[in-house]
Design a protein around this ligand. Structure first.
Ligand SMILES: Cc1ncc(COP(=O)(O)O)c(C=O)c1O
Length: 389
């Protein structure tokens, strides 16, 4: 099996596994058990991890809140700000190409009486593909806007938003900005303070850490962020997210993030070369293949992302005919959904074009040989499908 689905999840790096295991089997004390040494050891290790994460993202240490993943972080950020008891404003702004972990929260807010505006992205034919339309975003913000949420990098087409411009636009109107940075953290530099983002979501399993471990940055030091907790109980984490801290997961996430930041430059370029190689091989072996999203040489696209449109074959059929290559027809999290990708339709593709599209995500553990082999299998299975149809 050749794994080319690194936007869905990544393999946990063996160095991360090594760092986390002792915290499951030997040093398993509850970090809230301040009354004994084992608890205090776990608490100290978590503090070290917080310091690493805060340094990697350039945020104050007390702004890092641990969650079960990016879905929970997005829920906590958006519902937390919008539904805070002292929140007077009743309007939420986001973007049409967001992940369902943001869009479905918007739907909930609508049901709870909020006004929600989904701002379009710049479409396929218009150049800066898949990036939020800043003029439309500026128009959408009004005096009643409580929060804006714009993803840092898109999980299907890899487009990277100009976060600092988005932040300036929000702050000029005294509105807080949340960013779902799940696909950006660990892949591209994410300096939360420099971008002046107020709340930021991430998940360890997208940067070679374990699943079920995420974080929310609450405030970058520039302005106050009031959050209503969504999970209450033991009062851990300043009461913002109760529940026993996942010591092993947190240590793993900090280790994974430190490695990702240290090795970012070399992985970024190597991954980009493999992605371009895959595109060249597939384009020369399959007629009429088209790239979805912004051009591959743009620095507004994640280096491992490749989203392609076939001329005649549906993505689902191609995946089924190529069982030895793991790739996808959209977001893994919504692949139970039979509808074509809302991200592709947001950039202007029609339903049929969206159904004929697939996503590859190249990652740290891929090799040139795998790219070569995967391309051969993909071209071969495509040929077979064309013969059959
Ligand atoms: C952009 C984005 N946001 C949120 C999520 C949800 O992350 P998790 O499943 O870790 O909660 C994903 C996962 O694919 C994602 O890509």
């Amino acid at each position: 099996m050749i794994y080319l689905d690194n936007h869905a999840t990544t393999r946990c790096d063996p160095r991360v596994v090594e760092a986390m295991v002792p915290w499951l089997s030997e040093d398993f004390g509850n970090p809230s058990s301040g009354s004994h040494e084992m608890g205090r050891t776990a608490a100290a290790a978590i503090q070290q991890s917080v310091a690493k994460i805060a340094a990697a993202l350039n945020v104050p240490a007390d702004s890092v809140i641990f969650t079960s993943g990016a879905t929970e972080s997005n829920n906590l950020a958006i519902r937390g700000v919008c539904l805070h008891p002292r929140q007077k404003k009743r309007h939420f702004v986001t973007v049409t190409s967001e992940h369902h972990a943001v869009l479905d929260v918007s739907d909930e807010l609508r049901r709870e009486g909020f006004r929600v505006t989904e701002v379009p992205v710049i479409a396929q034919a218009e150049g800066a593909t898949g990036v939020v339309d800043l003029n439309r975003l500026a128009d959408a913000i009004d005096d009643d806007t409580a929060l804006v949420s714009v993803m840092w990098a898109n999980n299907e087409i890899g487009s990277i938003a100009p976060m600092r411009d988005v932040a300036d636009l929000c702050h000029a109107r005294s509105v807080l900005l949340h960013s779902d940075a799940t696909q950006a953290v660990g892949r591209i530099p994410v300096d939360v303070l420099a971008a002046d983002v107020d709340l930021l979501s991430a998940a360890a399993h997208k940067f070679y850490g374990p699943k079920g471990t995420g974080l929310l940055v609450v405030g970058n030091g520039n302005r106050r962020v009031r959050l209503r907790p969504q999970i209450v109980g033991g009062g851990q984490q300043q009461g913002l997210r109760s529940g026993t801290l996942n010591t092993a997961g947190i240590i793993a996430m900090a280790t994974a993030l430190e490695l990702a930041v240290d090795e970012m430059e070399s992985h970024h370029d190597r991954i980009g070369q493999m992605r371009n190689q895959l595109f060249q091989l597939l384009s020369s072996g399959i007629d009429g293949i088209k790239l979805n999203g912004i051009s591959l040489d743009s620095n507004q696209r994640l280096s491992g992302n490749l989203n392609l449109q076939l001329e005649a074959i549906e993505g689902e059929a191609w995946m089924a005919a190529t069982p030895s290559v793991a790739f996808s027809s959209g977001s893994a999290c919504s692949s139970v959904d039979a509808k074509p990708s809302h991200v592709l339709t947001a950039i202007g593709l029609n339903e049929s074009e969206a159904r004929r599209s697939v996503r590859f995500g190249i990652g740290r553990f891929n090799t040139d040989q795998e790219i070569q082999q995967a391309a051969e299998w993909l071209i071969e299975s495509h040929r077979k499908l064309c013969r059959l149809s």
